[in-house]
Design a protein around this ligand. Structure first.
Ligand SMILES: Nc1ncnc2c1ncn2[C@@H]1O[C@H](COP(=O)(O)OP(=O)(O)OP(=O)(O)O)[C@@H](O)[C@H]1O
Ligand SMILES: [Mg+2]
Length: 344
């Protein structure tokens, strides 16, 4: 694993967050009752910074993302606030949200092929996204598409703008998706597993593109991934999700050098690492999600430290508390509220 980026000190008290979630809750209506997917998530994403959300499958990452952009199906109930530059998207009727989507907040999905229309040229799709927010004709929109395709690293964009999605490689399609997402220069870009379907080399290039755009456009990038290896070089801040909650958050150094939640440490140990390739350790037990959420700390059945703490872990939900002596390193753990995790 390469050296993590030096994080900007604290949480940039000089800047206002572009996106703030406050006590976000998402519940799906399931056939056998309500399925809680997000259980009170609060976070801030700042302009020009990358906030990575990591966690195992089912931890509520996509539900958090889709709630943030207001794209969950009708079977979902969303409570809490989604503040975009201070305005609560979740309190707005759909009619008022539409103009914000794309211009203030945009999203890149994991599967670019499924997200692109196979019957429309790449240029037309990017141009149409531009025309949603700009009163321009098709040819002006096509010029903008050429410009943005060039910006995301597509060679000969004047020619490729006429291609259909199937004429692009997987990596190029993901770039085209990113072009479509940034064509209106949104303040916030959410990328949900944007590189999972790509091979490692292309994965690296797409991540570099996303971080480059974050710097150049001053966007707040929310990068969702289950892979802590991906975030080491990319992120400024990290939020670790488990069972629909944030169980630890902080700077990259906080999370990688001083993890304060046994789940974060287990995730780090389960991440392939060039320095110690032999130490890959799977996290025992099943992830908690949806209706299968234990009482107390949701991680306690899988936690090596819960036995030492005793009943509290089984009965009391730990709250996310700032670690003493830090500006923004927070963890929700009864064990580390009292003491450090022991060294190996
Ligand atoms: N449309 C839906 N209907 C019912 N339950 C859902 C729906 N979408 C997600 N869920 C449930 O919500 C919980 C969180 O799912 P979510 O997709 O947010 O997880 P995730 O962290 O994005 O996982 P992954 O890494 O697999 O993408 C899971 O228990 C999931 O089964
Ligand atoms: Mg997901």
């Amino acid at each position: 694993m390469a050296e993590p980026k030096t994080p900007i000190a604290g949480l940039r008290p000089d800047a206002e967050p572009a996106l703030s979630l406050r006590d976000l809750r998402v519940t799906f209506r399931g056939s056998s009752g309500p399925v809680p997917a997000v259980n009170g998530v609060s976070l801030d994403a700042y302009p020009g910074q990358v906030l990575a959300i990591v966690g195992e499958s089912g931890s509520g990452k996509s539900a958090t993302a889709l709630a943030s952009i207001g794209l969950l199906p009708d079977s979902a109930t969303v409570d809490g606030s989604v503040l975009i530059n201070g305005t609560d998207l979740n309190a707005m009727p759909e009619k008022q949200r539409v103009p914000l989507r794309g211009s203030s907040i945009a999203m890149v999905f994991q599967d670019a092929l499924a997200a692109l229309n196979p019957y429309r040229t790449i240029g037309r799709q990017i141009g149409d996204a531009y025309r949603m927010h700009h009163d321009v004709d098709r040819s002006t929109a096509r010029e903008r598409a050429v410009e943005v395709l060039g910006r995301v690293g597509i060679r000969e964009p004047e020619r490729r703008v006429h291609d259909y999605p199937h004429e692009f490689s997987g990596g190029m399609r993901q770039r085209a998706m990113i072009a479509m997402a940034i064509v209106n220069e949104p303040a916030i870009l959410i990328a949900d597993e944007p590189t999972t379907a790509l091979d490692v080399t292309v994965q690296r290039q797409v991540l570099d593109l996303l971080t480059g755009l974050t710097d150049d456009l001053g966007m707040a990038l929310v990068l969702i991934t289950h892979d802590l290896g991906v975030v080491a070089e990319t992120a400024d801040q990290i939020a670790v999700m488990y069972g629909g909650r944030i169980v630890e958050s902080g700077s990259v150094l906080d999370i990688f050098d001083r993890p304060a939640h046994p789940y974060t440490r287990a995730l780090l140990r389960a991440t392939p690492n060039l320095e110690s390739p032999g130490r890959l350790a799977a996290i025992p037990g099943l992830p908690a999600s949806g209706t299968n959420l234990p009482a107390g700390c949701p991680f306690h059945p899988r936690c090596a430290f819960a036995a030492e703490v005793g009943e509290t872990c089984r009965t009391e939900r730990p709250s996310l508390e700032t670690r003493p002596g830090t500006s923004g390193h927070r963890a929700a753990c009864h064990y580390t509220a009292e003491k450090e995790l022991p060294h190996d």
